[in-house]
Ligand binder design. Structure first.
Ligand code: GRF
Length: 211
């Protein structure tokens, strides 16, 4: 008789290409992650990650902010509805993997212990958009010698919060921006899978996880 293994349910939030989503899908598929992606949510219709999800037979949801802002509704109304929709998928863990939209406390609070974000810079560095570009510019200005990426618990402050895992990515003097960005993205894919593995492995004690 085969043993039933309970797979954690991931909901992945994306806004773009979804290469990090793909890393999670692959890791679920080949057993590196004892999980399955229960749904992928995008705030952008043309996000290629939606195609990746469909190719993996994962349910998708396109949920844009614009109809709310067009009606003059506050961000909190969108975030409340987003939280309600995501709850329907009964996530064990929500992963922001290239989700390019600030989350407000009305979303964060109910998921505080099961909501993580990938940021393409080291802890405390370059919060917000274009982090890789800004890190590269800082390197060129002689201000930093390494950058990296981190996965952290989500708090209202953008790209801050308790660090779950990170990777240091050194600059190479031969790097053009695209060389560095490509290398950084490859590290992100490994980091994100490792961070989710870690999160799942420590799930029973996760309230004490972040130190
Ligand atoms: C990643 O670099 C992520 O860290 C950043 O946006 C990018 C998303 O890439 N926030 P992808 O959509 O996973 O390919």
């Amino acid at each position: 008789m085969s043993e039933t293994v309970s797979l954690a349910r991931l909901v992945v939030l994306i806004s773009g290409s979804g290469s990090n989503l793909q890393a999670l899908l692959d890791a679920c598929q080949d057993g590196r992650l004892p999980a399955r992606v229960a749904a992928v949510v995008s705030n952008r219709r043309d996000a290629y990650g939606l195609v990746r999800a469909q190719q993996a037979s994962v349910p998708t949801l396109y949920f844009p902010l614009k109809p709310y802002s067009d009606q003059g509704l506050p961000r909190e109304t969108y975030d409340r509805d987003l939280a309600a929709l995501i709850s329907c998928f009964q996530p064990d863990l929500i992963v922001c993997a290239g989700w390019m939209q600030v989350l407000t406390p009305i979303f964060i609070t109910p998921f505080a212990d099961c909501l993580i974000n990938l940021h393409p810079a080291l802890p405390g560095q370059f919060p917000g958009t274009h982090a890789i570009e800004r890190a590269f510019a800082a390197y060129q200005a002689g201000e930093i010698e390494v950058s990296g990426a981190m996965v952290h618990g989500v708090v209202p402050e953008v790209d801050a919060g308790p660090v779950l895992d990170f990777v240091v990515v050194p600059f190479d003097p031969r790097d053009q921006f695209h060389d560095f960005a490509k290398r950084l993205h490859a590290h992100e894919h490994t980091l994100l899978v490792r961070a989710v593995q870690r999160w799942l492995a420590t799930r029973p004690q996760r309230r004490d996880f972040y130190s």
